[in-house]
Design a protein around this ligand. Structure first.
Ligand SMILES: *Cc1c(COP(=O)(O)O)cnc(C)c1O
Length: 367
């Protein structure tokens, strides 16, 4: 029996392959590898897609978070609030600015930052709050904004390209947003890439300067800010433009696969992912259920040829590098989710048959 991979990028590439080859020829012969028409084109198109006035392409999602946080004033002596249940980059980026990460537990229903716990974590030194749209489901931004008062919200939208809430898309739901275009994300480059979106032209200008050694606009030899090197390559930008045209269709395929899983898993002793938020939709970067004896079930799925995985087995505060952020028991909802989370295969182009095979293997694993 052939296996069902967790992610298969081949169906995506099949849709852009002929154009991708001509993009490579054009850029290789043109010689503009950083900055150029493709980067500018992608920035304009992705801003329009998100519904923001600004998009600044950067090298990866971690840099997008870091530079956006710096532009929001995070640095030594400040604090930035986020969740323990996320990819570790969210916490790393905060610490990389010199700010202190402060964690708030997730809501077990939404698996995103719990608005009821946020107010208590905000203090006079809080520079920003970073909600994560975990697994592609938008965090409850209105409730979080209410709890945050006048502290800026920076979306970690690395898993939520195209998700929407209350009539706006991820990327336009806070003061600014950080995206990753790591290859397996809903919109992925063929290597590392990222972006910051915002409606604030001043904030965008600061990120533009920070990504290029703090250079002044139009004068690469005048360094106005202590910056970094974090540019988005022209080649990756060109590939992202090709893929952006397919993003809505690809997200639709993810949602269809999620609906097929829901039907196929009905009645099993698992907790399915939460439904879409009221007035919003999720884009299933991952299809994450919760199950007892997760490690046993994972083992059984794998031996049955199903590429299941865990996102994430250890919350940030229990990672060796980040022990200072808390102890076991401090964030019970995140810890419980980390013990029970199980990701099933999902990607644009996954077939009904593959979904059926993964669901059947789960039924056997639980049987
Ligand atoms: C992927 C991811 C990042 C980091 O993005 P990179 O491009 O890998 O640096 C940050 N936050 C979340 C939630 C992610 O999933």
């Amino acid at each position: 029996m052939t296996s069902v991979p967790l992610v298969d990028l081949a169906p995506q590439y099949a849709q852009i392959a002929p154009h991708a080859r001509s993009v490579f020829d054009r850029i290789a012969s043109g010689g503009a590898f950083t900055f150029g028409a493709e980067l500018e084109g992608f920035e304009a198109e992705f801003a329009a897609y998100c519904g923001t006035s600004e998009c600044v392409g950067v090298a990866n999602g971690t840099d997008a978070l870091k530079l956006a946080l710096q532009a929001l004033g995070a640095g030594p002596g400040t604090e930035v609030v986020t969740v323990p249940m996320t990819f570790i980059a969210t916490v790393e980026a905060i610490a990389a600015t010199g700010a202190e990460p402060v964690l708030v537990d997730v809501d077990p229903e939404t698996r995103c930052m719990d608005p009821d716990r946020l107010a208590a974590a905000i203090g006079p030194r809080t520079a920003a709050v970073v909600p994560v749209h975990l697994y592609g489901r938008p965090a409850p931004m209105a409730e979080l904004a209410r709890a945050a008062g006048d502290v800026a919200l920076l979306e970690d939208a690395a898993q939520a390209h195209g998700a929407d809430l209350d009539g706006a898309r991820a990327g336009a739901l806070g003061r600014a947003a950080a995206f990753s275009f790591y290859p397996t994300k809903n919109l992925g480059a063929m290597g590392d890439a990222g972006a910051v979106t915002t409606d604030d032209p001043e904030l965008a200008a600061t990120v533009r300067s920070l990504r290029h050694h703090g250079a002044a606009p139009g004068d690469a030899n005048r360094h106005e800010l202590a910056g970094w090197t974090a540019r988005l390559d022209n080649l990756q930008a060109a590939l992202l433009r090709l893929k952006l045209a397919h993003l809505d269709a690809w997200n639709r395929m993810r949602r269809e696969a999620a609906a097929a899983y829901r039907a196929a898993l009905d009645g099993l002793p698992v907790r399915l992912p939460p439904p879409d938020p009221p007035d919003g939709s999720q884009v299933f970067h991952l299809f994450v259920l919760e199950v007892d004896d997760r490690d046993g079930v994972l083992e059984s799925l794998r031996s049955d040829g199903v590429g299941a995985a865990v996102h994430y087995p250890t919350p940030a505060h229990l990672q060796p590098a980040w022990r200072a952020l808390g102890e076991a028991g401090d964030f019970p909802a995140a810890e419980r989710l980390a013990q029970r989370a199980l990701s099933l295969p999902i990607f644009p182009g996954i077939t009904e048959e593959q979904v059926g095979r993964a669901a059947g293997a789960l039924r056997r694993a639980l049987g």
